[in-house]
Write a protein that binds this ligand. Structure first.
Ligand SMILES: [Fe+2]
Length: 442
């Protein structure tokens, strides 16, 4: 239980550290209906812990804090009144100071709740899942908050008017010159898709089940900005032949001509303001902030396709030498800083292709964990014989979403693994997503 308590404390501290550099004004703003104000994220993750406490009959006394919790329900019908997402910035309640008070109050009760299990040999599996879910949920919101911060500060033309993280890695990473390029061959056959390692997994990574894969090739690296510029310059955004119908409509309605946040200056070079500042696009970094439609269009343009989630997972997990899957591309050990670019790396943007050779998979794919989420061609559906562990969390979204794998530079190292299934609507561009391509072997 000590380990869970320290995980709990660590995640709470990490959220506060992301929030701390913000002014009060920036804490309560919502720059677009698809995002949320930072203050809301802080209060909502606390509310989620409160709901877990209530589920197990813990009495909650919010010492003098009379806050209206109705603003904090994101989408759970079972918890009744829901403030629509688009309204979150119009109701900055609880106030920031109330949120902080609320956080410490719930933290104190939650730690007591965790202590009450001290000395027991085995924790009931459901309680254990819910506690870990609360911790993982907060990590997910840390990442969502970073998407929102990128979006919010991007609107200010002043380069210095930006989110300034407490820690930022200024060491310049470079693409190693000897990195192998191209694609790797992955043999076909029966593959066991899903989570089979030790530790926590979401219910949607289970149960592990058999799927059949034809042999295929998958790119060693994600598609870079340099690759994507070629697609733009070849008229990729102007040719309907590459686009799915909904993507083409979206492109026209929103006048998409490039990935989100890109801006062409002097009709010559692409620039972008991200958390690292306002800079010329680094052509060796993976492309990011693109929708599924853009990824799919690029793949068609280059004569390939996106991998399915099972293909992606096999390329990330499977070792022919060990004759088994590993939890991460490099093995079973939790990500270290020399394996992947994740939140704890404090790089705050994708790193150049090939920056983490130690993190490559058994088949030789680079950057599968960290840097950018990767769109796959798979629809987000629940695995056969799926059993919900916390109804409404992962289950009710199994329509109209695409699966992404691998985590981004804003994903915590305690959150990600090869079997992790993220899911977003194909039109979304705020998440830190890119892609790599695959090809049938005919
Ligand atoms: Fe949430």
């Amino acid at each position: 239980m000590d380990e869970v308590s320290s995980d709990f404390k660590r995640v709470r501290e990490a959220t506060k550290a992301i929030f701390q550099p913000l002014s009060i004004e920036d804490s309560v703003m919502q720059s677009d209906p698809f995002g949320s104000p930072p203050n809301w994220h802080l209060a909502h993750v606390t509310w989620f812990f409160q709901k877990i406490l209530e589920k197990y009959g813990v009495e909650i006394e919010l010492k003098g804090t009379k806050i209206n919790l109705d603003y904090l329900n994101s989408y759970y019908q079972k918890f009744q009144s829901i403030l629509p997402k688009s309204e979150r910035g119009r109701y900055p309640r609880p106030t920031v100071s109330e949120t902080m008070q609320y956080r410490s109050c719930i933290e104190e009760i939650f730690l007591k709740f965790l202590n009450s299990f001290q000395g027991r040999d085995r924790l009931n599996e459901n309680v254990k899942y819910d506690i870990q879910l609360g911790i993982q949920h907060e990590m997910q919101h840390q990442e969502l908050m970073i998407y929102d911060l990128q979006h919010y500060f991007n609107r200010f033309p002043d380069a210095n008017d930006n989110y300034k993280p407490k820690k930022i890695q200024i060491r310049q990473l470079r693409s190693p010159t000897n990195t192998p390029m191209g694609a790797v061959y992955v043999p076909g056959g029966i593959y066991d898709l899903g989570f089979s390692a030790d530790g926590f997994s979401y219910d949607n990574e289970l149960p592990e089940h058999k799927v059949y894969l034809d042999p295929f090739e998958i790119d060693r690296h994600p598609i870079s900005n340099g690759d994507f510029v070629q697609f733009i310059e070849d008229g990729g955004y102007e040719n309907y032949r590459y686009w799915l119908a909904d993507g083409w409509d979206l492109l026209n309605a929103n006048e998409w001509k490039s990935p989100l946040y890109w801006e062409k200056r002097d009709d010559k070079h692409w620039f972008k303001k991200d958390i690292r500042g306002l800079k010329r696009i680094n052509l060796t970094e993976p492309v990011v902030n693109i929708s599924y439609f853009e990824a799919d269009a690029y793949a068609k343009w280059i004569g390939k396709r996106l991998p399915t989630e099972a293909e992606w997972e096999k390329a990330a997990c499977w070792s022919d030498d060990l004759n088994r899957k590993t939890k991460f591309p490099w093995g079973d050990e939790i990500p270290q800083e020399d394996c992947a670019n994740l939140l704890e790396s404090n790089i705050w943007g994708p790193s150049p292709i090939g920056s983490f050779p130690k993190g490559k998979s058994h088949y030789g794919c680079y950057g599968m964990i960290g840097d950018i989420w990767e769109w796959t061609s798979s629809e987000y559906v629940l695995y056969p014989n799926f059993k919900p562990r916390f109804p409404e969390y992962t289950d009710k979204w199994a329509i109209g979403h695409k699966v992404l794998r691998g985590g981004s530079f804003a994903t915590s190292k305690s959150q990600i693994r090869n079997s992790y299934r993220n899911y977003f609507k194909p039109c979304e561009r705020i998440l830190f997503a890119g892609f790599r391509c695959a090809r049938d072997i005919s």
